[in-house]
Design a protein around this ligand. Sequence first.
Ligand SMILES: [Zn+2]
Length: 502
Amino acid sequence: MVKFSTGFALLTVVSGVAASSSSTKQPFNAIAEDLSYLFDTQVPGPDSARSVVQRHRAFQQRNKQARTRNDHLAKRQSVNPLPHSGTIPAAGGTSKNGKPYPPAGAIAPKRSTLPTAWVTRYQAKKEAGLIPDIPQSKLDEKTGTLKYPSSVDVSKVCSWTLTNCNDGDIWLSPQGKTAITFDDGPTQYSADLINFLTQEKQATTHFLIGSSILNQPDGMHALASHDLAQLGVHTFSHTLQTTKSDLQIVGDLGWTMQLIYEWTGKVPMYWRAPEGDLDARVRAIAKQVFGLQSVMWNRDADDWCLKDGGGSENSIHKCRTVTYDDVVAEYKAWAHNSSLEGTNTLMHETKDQTIKAFKEYYGFLKASKYKMGAVASIIGAPWYQNQMGPTDPVEEANSIIPQREAMNYTDGGLHTVGSAGGAALGDFSQLKTTTISPSSGSGSSAAGLNSGAAADGTSSNGSSGSASTSAAGRANGWMTVQVYALAGLSVGTASAALIFGL
Ligand SMILES: [Zn+2]
């Protein structure tokens, strides 16, 4: 069941709606009426291996439900704020960017919700030729496939869904390292997960859904409160992005970034496309307009098949043979991989069983030789856009508009620093690049890595980077990356431990 890429599974597997309910009273619910039903886990379901058609129908249903919830959530604006530094975006309220939050639901935010600054930046990038003219794909409801207009040469649009093209995506990790990632949060289970990760002092990456940030404030509070939880973008509507117009994509990405930024002060730097549905146009919009680096995966155990309380989604064709034990067995196989192949693991914080299974996986990992961490930790890059280097503090940002060039993560894993820019964030011409060759055993300077009891790695700054590589490196299961390193400043374990508490 190990898949090196699940882009094709998207097209072939039938599944259904993953929904569960909870009667848990939310502790900070300050208004008299019982709003617990508002926090039902209407999660959009797993990324991989779901029928596009069924997902589409599920989205329509969820959207209807979300609108109802949204009406009620709008009443919650007087709820006492939670004790953290950010402000809490309330559904029905107004953003710091001056626009009302889009209604939570499974539709891309409308053009009228977009701040002028986002549209202006998009237009400038488009006019500069940095966003390719690729038509939108369309969902064929009968076959459950995505199709481009016949005039399009599909081999040239770099579609992960249709051709498994992953140019510029982070989907692998260096040998011996595991990026632990969770999709589809926040949910009612995020707090339990975060409690566990806090105890373990473990860094992880969480790709969040904008709608769910509005609908699941308790889960978001837990995520926002844990500094080792790297927060990334999973779109506002959790819909197939290649089917969207340019400005719909701008809204889906921008609003999720905006919500994370307003909660935490952090400007996300990474995103994962729902279903992994990416092409060159979508990648370019994310990167050029918002500075977002796309992240995929190379391990998926179908944890989303598990149901709350036990069992699996028997109504979903693919899930009929997937049990909790199957998922755990697969996790065990990942952790026991004798060649320590680098992995980027896709999991979901959507069910009590997925959290339980992850905890077992984590036990296997701790007993293995793998080093594990958040996506940014694994590649030694900053966690957020308003962070100079991987171990530097997050600086104040006035908006989510990028203040520097996006990272350039080219095919095969070459990772370079963009050109200088953004005075508020420092002069990037002072940055040196450092080469890490994981297969040769050199340490990583990345913050947030954890190998159980010990922090990982030694400082490796100083050598000038001539990261070669790529296709050959990937074929061998490792990649060479260049990491951010301030000139003359070690970014090794000591500072990592200081900043990230490892
Ligand atoms: Zn997802």
